[in-house]
Design a protein around this ligand. Structure first.
Ligand SMILES: [Zn+2]
Length: 231
């Protein structure tokens, strides 16, 4: 219905590749169009919606991605041109953070760390901040640090950590006492810096598994017998 022409099978275009980590040529292997229409009493089409599914394969690393191009009769710009919303599955992750592996991080804390990274990668910034606060709370509990509020418990971490890491933690407003009860949404940049500081902290307390972190970057990692994932 949207008159934008179908691409030919075998055609190529540049798409950001999750494995190659940059925009690479992808080849179109398959195309399917789903059309939904509603007719009025005279049999004329009153409403339509269209989704094109395009199956692309990276010319560099041979991984595949599905592109959905979605539009309908009402999704038009001020010139009457159809606006096509584009979604990729798996989501393109060139700007996503990669979860690190810590050798002795307790399972519960590992889960909170993992979910915080996932929330960040899905642009759920309020939840990311809540997750990072929960992680710091959990670390304080794990290290038996008490205190009447989060600020005092973070101060208590100086017994285990270099002073600058503790000072950096205090620098994040969403770590403040007031922020605990407010649903403040920090910026992506602030959260990214906070995650780096907290990863430094985790590295100090629970030791980064450099080998696992390095191996995860490779496309195919054969499981090494006798080698255990952290946590
Ligand atoms: Zn690729």
């Amino acid at each position: 219905m949207a008159d934008n022409g179908d691409p030919q099978i075998g055609t190529t275009k540049k798409i950001t590749c999750n494995q190659c980590k940059y925009a690479t040529h992808h080849t179109l292997k398959a195309l399917h169009t789903q059309l939904y229409t509603e007719e009025d009493f005279e049999g004329d089409v009153g409403y339509w919606a269209e989704t094109k599914y395009l199956f692309w394969v990276c010319a560099g690393c041979d991984t595949a991605v599905l592109e959905e191009q979605i539009t309908d009769i009402v999704n038009v710009d001020q010139h009457g041109e159809h606006i096509v919303d584009v979604r990729f599955s798996p989501k393109r992750s060139a700007y996503d953070l990669t979860e690190k592996s810590f050798k002795s991080l307790p399972r519960k804390l590992k889960q909170v760390y993992r979910e915080s990274i996932q929330a960040f990668n899905n642009q759920l910034y309020t939840l990311t901040a809540a997750g990072l606060r929960g992680l710091i709370e959990g670390i304080c509990a794990d290290k038996n640090i008490s205190g009447s509020n989060l600020k005092k418990r973070i101060d208590g971490l100086t017994a285990h950590l270099p002073k600058n890491i503790v000072e950096n933690l205090h620098g994040f407003r969403f770590m403040g006492n007031d922020a605990v009860h407010e649903l403040t949404t920090p910026s992506r940049h602030d959260l990214q810096v906070a995650i780096e500081v907290i990863e430094d902290l985790l590295n100090y307390l629970y030791e980064l598994n450099y080998k696992a972190s390095r191996l995860k970057k490779h496309l195919r990692v054969e499981h090494q017998p006798g080698e255990q994932e952290a946590g």
